[in-house]
Ligand binder design. Structure first.
Ligand code: IFM
Length: 447
């Protein structure tokens, strides 16, 4: 593997692409159980087959290599490794990921392994899920197993993907499993996710893996106030604390942001406040940033969770993607420079960036996704701009390699560089895939 100081790559996650959920002794995940309930996922789609990647892994790796991909971020499904979450280890699950990792290395693609991209074993959910502090310890045991098995081959490790989403969508808005709507429980869950990250950090230190790097991938987004009025500025600060600093401050500084602590005090939530001394600063070697859009807010009464935050979210001012997410490439530059200002040396990776658009296969068999090319081009330009100004950004990974199971949206939203015909499982490289290949080739030629 050649040393590379800036990778161009792609990202996926296990449940979104693998299918074969019960194969080779795998246990169930809570998403599998949730998606099987009518009305939970658009069109009642399920991840049962997804992109059938579990069976088509070799061919998918060949496709990745054909695009020249330099780094691949994927996740390993905890229930494949420990079908019951803890206890008996499933060798066949480990073997699948061993084949995947070796296949990447053989093709000169650097693996980045995410240990948790929301695939909680159902048995762990039955024990209370992330609201149960013990689940953090079981997660650390699973993570330790993966580090021991693959630490010789995988350099880049991520504990959690978007713990904010696990917390807020799963335990406050209740639109993701387990469907809880309780701010106090959500706050406890967040603390346990962070605690589990720290447990893994400790194991990681003890293993002392040569070249190993451990990070976390956070969904981050600049928050802009609707005006310069003090009330709007304060609302933007509250939202920034809630959306960005809830998980960033603990791993970088070992504290929770003050605005969030104030909210907890107002709401009578004591659990994270009483355990703040458990947070340890500097528990990452790199920060993964998942960036899609910005947020604009104003002070107000809001509804649902925004009522707690005393603010209202404003609709996009600029054109948006099919998800309704405003296209705002400058936000990526804003985030990178902001984080770099306080953490000059910290390596940063864009661990996800991409867009859903209503792709069609033309009569000539092509997918002409000009909007996606424009989106990616504009965002990559902001990454390069930040890099040229000295920000320590080490990679940019497109979400996603393949169209895939987009959680509660099922298969209705396509983010891939590669189109998947779900009926036949045929893959078609979109124009954006060819565009990305050319970007990578040009970068390689420059050296
Ligand atoms: O598909 C998701 C991914 O699993 C996490 N980050 C955002 C993507 C698009 O919604």
């Amino acid at each position: 593997m050649q040393k590379n100081d800036f990778y161009l790559g792609v990202a996926t996650s296990a449940l979104q692409i693998e299918g074969s959920l019960a194969a080779d002794g795998s246990g169930q995940s809570l998403w599998e159980v949730f998606a099987a309930q009518p009305g939970k996922v658009f069109n009642n789609d399920t991840p049962a087959l997804a992109c059938d990647h579990y069976r088509r892994c070799e061919a998918d790796l060949d496709l990745m290599a054909a695009l020249g991909i330099e780094m691949y971020r994927f996740s390993t499904a905890w229930p494949r490794i420990f079908p019951a979450g803890a206890g008996a280890l499933n060798q066949k699950g480990l073997d699948f990921y061993a084949r995947l990792i070796d296949g990447l290395l053989e093709r000169g693609i650097e693996p980045m392994l995410t240990l948790y991209h929301w695939e909680l074993p159902q048995t762990m959910q039955e024990r209370g899920g992330w609201a149960n502090r013990d689940v953090a310890k079981y997660f650390a045991d699973y993570a330790g197993t993966m580090l021991e098995r693959f630490g010789d081959r995988v350099k880049y490790w991520i504990t959690h993907n978007e713990p904010w989403v696990t917390t807020v969508l799963g335990y406050w808005e209740g639109v993701h499993p387990p469907g809880t709507k309780d701010f106090a429980v959500a706050s406890q869950v967040a603390h346990h996710l962070l605690y589990s990250h720290q447990l893994v950090w400790r194991i990681f230190q003890e293993l002392n893996l040569p070249q190993g790097q451990l990070g976390i991938a956070l969904n981050l987004s600049p928050v802009h106030a609707a005006s310069n009025q003090p009330a709007d500025l304060a609302a933007a600060d509250r939202y920034d604390a809630f959306l960005n600093r809830w998980f960033m401050d603990p791993v970088l500084k070992g504290t929770y942001p003050e605005a969030l602590c104030t909210l907890w005090r107002e709401q009578g939530v004591s659990y994270p406040l009483e355990r703040m001394d458990e947070l340890q600063a500097g528990t990452i070697n790199f920060l993964g940033i998942n960036y899609y859009t910005r947020n604009r807010v104003q002070a107000g009464s809001g509804d649902a969770l925004y009522a707690l935050l005393r603010l209202e979210q404003l609709p996009p001012e600029l054109p948006a993607t099919e998800m309704g997410w405003e296209i705002y490439p400058d936000g990526l530059y804003e985030l990178l420079t902001r984080i770099s200002r306080e953490n000059k040396e910290l390596p940063l990776f864009i661990t996800e960036n991409g867009a859903a658009f209503p792709d069609q296969v033309d009569a000539d068999g092509r997918v002409k996704d000009e909007q996606r090319i424009a989106y990616l081009e504009a965002h990559l330009a902001q990454v390069r701009r930040a890099k040229e100004e000295g920000v320590n950004v080490r990679g940019y990974l497109v979400w996603s390699f393949l169209d895939n199971f987009e959680w509660t949206y099922g298969y209705s939203k396509r983010f891939g560089l590669v189109y998947v015909d779900y009926a036949t499982q045929k893959r078609i490289i979109k124009d954006s895939g060819y565009w990305y290949r050319d970007q990578i080739n040009r970068k390689k030629q420059k050296g």
